[in-house]
Design a protein around this ligand. Sequence first.
Ligand code: NAP
Length: 293
Amino acid sequence: MILLDGKVASAAVKESIKQETAVLLANGKRAPHLAAILVGNNGASETYVASKVKNCEEVGFVSSLIRFDSEVEEVTLLNQIIKLNNDASIDGILVQLPLPKHISEAKVIETISPDKDVDGFHPINAGKLVQGLPSFIPATPYGIMLMLEHYNIQTKGKHAVVIGRSNIVGRPMSILLSSNLPYGNCTVTICHSHTPNLNELCLQGDIVVAALGRPGFVKAEMVKDGAVIIDVGITRVTDETAKKGFRIKGDVAFEEVAAKAAAITPVPGGVGLMTIAGLLKNTLQAYQASIEG
Ligand code: NAP
């Protein structure tokens, strides 16, 4: 069984980005610049944004963190995004989700310039992805593709089962795996909460991507021997014995599934780290497009 280690794979991606950035700086160019917007003080969002900022620093990018309190008016947030859209020194913009209920996530996403949409959530980027045109790929599916590439997991002709159809993970993942790409060309089944025979379908998967947000959902009896298991789930599960009072759980019952799998991602230490690698790649891509005019 191969452990698809996010620490190892993301370190390799980050090292190549770091080297590319060092060359840019040595040639007198400015560094790529990511602006992150955080609304409120949700614990998980704070952790994600802090990690994104730290990773930017590690590869030599500039990052700006713009904070608003949870009561901020939607118009104030939209105006801040427009300001960043018009700022030539900013290459990528991300707004950490989820947002408070009074703010429309769709409006926020659509306000970000598609050229700076390094999360790849804008409908223009989503549409380009569907058509196989160059675009910003949502960071988590992008990170999973980088993981498959790092471990040279063969996908061509395989049956991939994706559980979850969100715009940020499941749906773009199903598109990438079914696309004519070096780590694509799968036949893809996409499952959701109305899929009646999910266990049966999952059992047919050579590759299973679990992205539903239900801790330990995928059990050993749902996967075939030798399957490749990608666990996207991140759920904080209360645990009094843990220092922070919770533990991070994936969507896969790791121990029992690992015993049958050919390869599997751990949680934590798997897809989450690759998501940041995907975000950094997108930021560098936005920068390159910007300096090339
Ligand atoms: P989401 O928007 O809540 O979507 C969940 C999807 O799973 C939906 O399509 C839903 O179906 C489906 N689903 C829920 N319960 C199901 C069930 N019992 N059987 C079959 N399908 C079911 O979640 P998301 O944003 O895609 O995130 C999914 C998980 O990944 C979460 O744990 C999230 O925290 C994690 N995540 C991790 C990363 C990372 O970097 N590792 C990044 C993003 C998200 P319907 O459409 O029918 O409701």
